[in-house]
Write a protein that binds this ligand. Sequence first.
Ligand code: CU
Ligand code: CU
Length: 495
Amino acid sequence: MTSAHFQTHRRGAVLIGLLALIGACNVSPQSAPDKPTVSDPYDQSKMDLAPKPSVTTQDRPAAPASLPALHKLPDTAPAGDAAGKLVEVRLDATNKVIDLAPNVKYAGWTFGHEIPAPSVRVRQGDRVRFVMTNRTDENLDGLNVSSPMMHSMDFHSAMVSPQDKYKSIAPGETLTFEFQANYPGVFMFHCGTPPIYEHIASGMYGVMIVEPKDGYPTKVDREYVLVQSEFYAKLDPQGRKIDGVPLYVFDSDAMLRKQPTHVVFNGRVNGYVEHPLVAKPGERVRFFVLNVGPNDTSSFHVVGTIFDRVFYEGNLGNEMRGMQTVLLGASNGTIVEFVLAEKAKYIIVDHEFTDVRLGAVGLIDATGGQPAARPPEPEHPHGEHTTAPTPVTPEQVQHAGKELFTQRCAFCHVTAAGVPRIAPDLRGVTGRRSKEWLTRWLEDPAPMLVSDPVAKDLLRQWNNVPMPDPGLDAKQIEAVIEYLGTLTAGSGTAP
Ligand code: CU
Ligand code: CU
């Protein structure tokens, strides 16, 4: 459908709505409801509302090597043309340790051995044949973190009996059911086995995109899929480590207090700051966004642009124009489309800024340079595991320090003109203070502001504006100090 066609169609719908309203005043209670004069895109007589019963078997059928409807985030690809085809979706329940943040290995539960699960993309009217084997009794990566238990699958894109299709299956069992994707949208799917919050917070969720029958009215240069979710993590009480890094596990107390320890896009703290999404200046971009929760909203926003079109929940009937922020409750999805006007790095945030502090931030690099490298594919062949590369050369450490400084510190220490704003000029600071002092200061400034004479003096000099906790870990502190060491007292501009 063309954009013009779409607009005409919408005006027609509004007119019919008005007529129906006027007509309603004169209609006697006995009269039969009017026959619709335009075809309803959600005509229930054309939907499969009686899908056949689910089947549970006691075997573990081999999974196909690849399925065209499944995509690893953030990438996606259009659904095939014909609506009404049968689409196979296989997502097994597994256990997996993920790299949630630097030095945070999290014992996750998955669909399809990814957190979030691979996204599913089909066309409105397609039939989905879903297959899931519960493999949580298998030690898939040789890490001995398997946690055998019941799991299930709940597709928000389906209209089916929850008792039949969303039943829990035991390790070693395989569940199969079918449904028709009747409505277009950006839909959540998740495990529905109690306690549901634990299954969702452990990683059992993903997004299913159902494209409208006739596609989207707009043309875009790029599409990405972003899933926001919260993690509630604590150090493993058993003290387990993976590759020398402490293992974290689900913290039910933090969950009950609704205090997440990490809020992330696509399963990684600051993941797209480390490895930005790529676009070119002037391009039109379409994001499919889902907020999983399980508890909190997302005030989804991109710094430096306006959402030209928003199709809330991914449905063309819910079109909004010119929005700055889209509020997504737990399990709401949306499409946002926007243009990146200038050559720049655009910043993706949950505008609830504590969530940015907890990891819900990313970049779209539209500086037009070489495309940034994609995050390394985590490969976990049996018995072997790799660790993410860490900075090794002094240049890499300084570079990492500069990035951190720019993100966390620069705003207070420097203006665009290069002069100090509300905090000291840091050129030559490593000559004025010892590394030990700077390390303590960056670890936690609060106690030093009351006990350390130098810190107390700085506070007086800078109008009693205290240095906030920059939230850096030990490695990051070292990197920032390395970077500060490159700023000599005589260098041209302040950092
Ligand atoms: Cu589950
Ligand atoms: Cu649900």
